[in-house]
Design a protein around this ligand. Structure first.
Ligand SMILES: NC(=O)c1ccc[n+]([C@@H]2O[C@H](COP(=O)([O-])OP(=O)(O)OC[C@H]3O[C@@H](n4cnc5c(N)ncnc54)[C@H](O)[C@@H]3O)[C@@H](O)[C@H]2O)c1
Ligand SMILES: O=P(O)(O)OC[C@H](O)CO
Length: 309
């Protein structure tokens, strides 16, 4: 069924452009907005009578968005933000716990989903995660479609860690591919990256099985190998010897893996979780290591039992 969708943006110019053209040319070029979507710049009007709010800002905008929603009477909130909040190191659900009133249903959308492919109606499968499985299932039954298949999961921390740290691994894979290390190296990096994600995820309360799912392995494969990924592109550009400032200026879009690498590396150190790839990416982004040196350091590590930790 077609739902009535209200798209709110803080940018009045962008709202006017979308209303005039019937498209979101800045972010989803060439895609006509369906007739069921109306454009709003007044948040309280957009939220009046709304049954479910979906936050689709970078994680840097999550706190402000939740604070605004907490002032409304919206009964349910989902976020698509992937990462750890910069400064606090919190996962999205922990930010939501600080802001949303008890009783507001909440959870995350995550999984392998380049927005432009979803918008074109290309088949996509993602996870809806909530501590409250019945809520996740109700979202699935309301929004599931043959082209956007939804799966419910009650492992919210696991799903959020998968979505956050796969961006760091995509930067690492971009570096590895950009330096020409080959496909064997890429497969090894992705697999060892998944081991790292699972170690941190379990330490933060997630379940191992989640990391084998859409928000774990699924999104990791997509983001590490898909050339539409902004995070992968950061790695490819770093491998050309560009500075992070030059890379971000060239990219022109948010790459969540950049702040998340630092937060995840700090968290891993604090929790005593072994995350060599994440630590290497954080060191490259901070200018403490050159990209090629980081790869050599990883290759020089002592051999391990594969399933350790
Ligand atoms: N783009 C994708 O393919 C995709 C897919 C799945 C998940 N995600 C995740 O969703 C989140 C958003 O990604 P995106 O690509 O849409 O980002 P984006 O940089 O395109 O930003 C989306 C919108 O958020 C607005 N925004 C930024 N800060 C805001 C704030 N403080 N308050 C209100 N609005 C704000 C921007 O102006 C923009 O209109 C990220 O965490 C990303 O990892 C993205
Ligand atoms: O373009 P990226 O690297 O931010 O990835 C987008 C989505 O997270 C893919 O699922």
């Amino acid at each position: 069924a077609d739902h009535e969708v209200r798209l709110w943006t803080r940018d009045e110019g962008h709202a006017a452009e979308m209303r005039a053209s019937g498209c979101n040319e800045r972010l989803l070029p060439g895609i006509a907005l369906p007739a069921s979507v109306s454009i709003h710049e007044d948040l309280s009007a957009a939220l009046a009578g709304c049954e479910l709010a979906l936050i689709a800002t970078p994680i840097a905008g999550l706190r402000a968005s939740l604070a605004a929603l907490a002032q409304s009477s919206v009964p349910a909130v989902l976020w698509a933000c992937k990462g750890f909040e910069q400064g606090s190191g919190l996962l999205p659900h922990a930010v939501a716990r600080e802001l949303l009133p008890v009783g507001v249903a909440r959870g995350a959308f995550s999984g392998p989903s380049f927005a432009i492919e979803v918008a074109r109606g290309q088949p996509t499968a993602i996870t809806v995660a909530s501590d409250d499985l019945a809520f996740a299932q109700s979202v699935v039954s309301t929004l599931h479609s043959p082209r956007l298949r939804l799966y419910a999961n009650d492992d919210l921390p696991g799903v959020e860690v998968g979505g956050a740290v796969k961006n760091v691994m995509a930067i690492a894979t971009g570096v590895c591919d950009g330096l020409g290390f080959g496909m064997n190296a890429r497969a090894a990096l992705i697999t060892r990256g998944l081991a790292e994600i699972a170690r941190l995820g379990v330490a933060l309360g997630g379940r191992t099985a989640t990391f084998m799912g859409l928000a774990g392995m699924g999104d990791l494969i997509l983001t590490c190998t898909g050339d539409l990924s902004r995070n992968r592109r950061v790695g490819l550009l770093l491998a050309e010897g560009r500075t992070l400032d030059e890379v971000l200026a060239t990219l022109g879009h948010v790459a969540e893996g950049v702040p998340t690498a630092r937060e995840a590396a700090a968290l891993a150190t604090r929790l005593g979780v072994d995350m060599p790839i994440t630590q290497a990416v954080a060191a490259v982004l901070d200018g403490r290591l050159a990209a090629a040196q980081a790869v050599e350091q990883l290759l020089a590590r002592d051999p391990k039992v594969e399933t350790a930790g």
